[in-house]
Ligand binder design. Structure first.
Ligand SMILES: [Zn+2]
Length: 333
């Protein structure tokens, strides 16, 4: 999976930061140790000198093997001396050697010329962060979702709005609690301001807490990124929106149907949804549009994918955003 050049740069900066922090910390500890134990610095110098003498012996050849043997023994005994001095000060080698975040690549990002898994997960994390920066992911939780904004009046023996919303709330909560890579797809429909965004963000927050890669955005934001990357997609500028949409553990598309309309966008959104169904990767879609309106905007294939592969949750009530404004203290009830 390819990322924008900028993502690689950010990841490399982070690796550099980790590496230099580890090295600087070790260097500072070593200097502190030398300050209280000057003898150790002297031993270290002699260790270095055995190494350079060994290199010279190899160059001069002659009686290299004997010389090497002697130097090796000298080196071992100096190493032992150094370790004893450390121990005498209550220290171990680990205290004066760099403690890298990743032991495998020592925070260089590469092992034997191949990209290390730590670098790979850093790239992914940064790409998600960049895409999610535009959204209020931290602003919504299940705890601050109030059912009191929904009417508990039941008409003609039908379920009240509040009862309907309680069912949806419970369903979403269970979904979030049990979230895994192959969880099902959800389709939130209903008018604006009934809590669709709130509940999808609450699910996103839970999934992120569990360590899943979540991408959240409005259909419009995705459409703008996709359009931009469609024409600038080169080695340099990259463009990873499409990859992320297809690849992330949980994709949340808010406000479907409100994006700029073009045949490219419509086809791309259909393909993303279709790809994720094939890969059994969960997607949550919310929309103000009815099924008929969606069918007109996309096509019949699109709506039949939704009907066949998504759990549909129908949000009901009056626009709660207005009620919140009029009666903000309700939230604490
Ligand atoms: Zn690594």
């Amino acid at each position: 999976m390819g990322y924008a050049r900028q993502v690689y740069t950010q990841a490399e900066n982070e690796l550099n930061r980790r590496r230099t922090t580890a090295q600087d910390t070790a260097q500072r500890r070593l200097e502190n140790f030398y300050a209280v134990c000057p003898e150790a610095e002297d031993v270290r110098r002699r260790i270095a000198s055995t190494a350079s003498r060994a290199a010279m012996a190899v160059l001069r050849s002659g009686n290299a093997r004997e010389t090497m043997e002697a130097l090796k023994n000298e080196n071992l005994s100096l190493q032992k001396q150094f370790a004893d001095l450390l121990a005498a000060h209550g220290l171990t080698r680990a205290d004066i050697e760099p403690q890298y975040t990743c032991k495998r690549c020592e925070d260089t990002g590469y092992v034997d010329g191949r990209i290390c898994s730590c670098y790979r997960s850093l790239l992914k994390q940064i790409a998600y962060e960049n895409l999610n920066r535009i959204s209020p992911l931290t602003l919504s939780s299940f705890e601050d979702f109030s059912l009191l904004y929904y009417s508990d009046v039941s008409v003609n023996g039908e379920r009240s709005d509040r009862e309907q919303m309680r069912n949806i709330y419970d369903f979403c909560r269970r979904y979030a609690d049990n979230f895994k890579k192959d969880s099902g797809n959800l389709f939130f429909t209903g008018a604006t301001g009934l809590g669709k965004t709130h509940l999808s963000l609450a699910i996103a927050a839970e999934a992120i807490n569990k360590g899943f890669g979540v991408v959240y955005g409005t259909a419009q934001t995705f459409a703008l990124s996709l359009e931009r990357e469609r024409f600038t997609r080169t080695e340099e500028s990259g463009g990873d929106t499409l990859d992320l949409l297809n690849d992330c553990d949980l994709l949340i598309i808010d406000d479907l149907g409100m994006e700029i309309s073009s045949s490219y966008i419509t086809a791309t959104i259909y393909n993303v949804i279709d790809t994720r169904i094939t890969l059994k990767k969960p997607t949550i879609i919310s929309t103000n549009l009815s099924m008929q309106e969606l069918e007109k905007r996309y096509n019949e294939r699109f709506t039949s994918r939704i009907i066949g592969f998504y759990d549909r949750l129908i949000f009901r009530g009056k626009d709660i955003r207005m009620k919140k404004k009029l009666n903000p203290q309700n939230k604490q009830n």
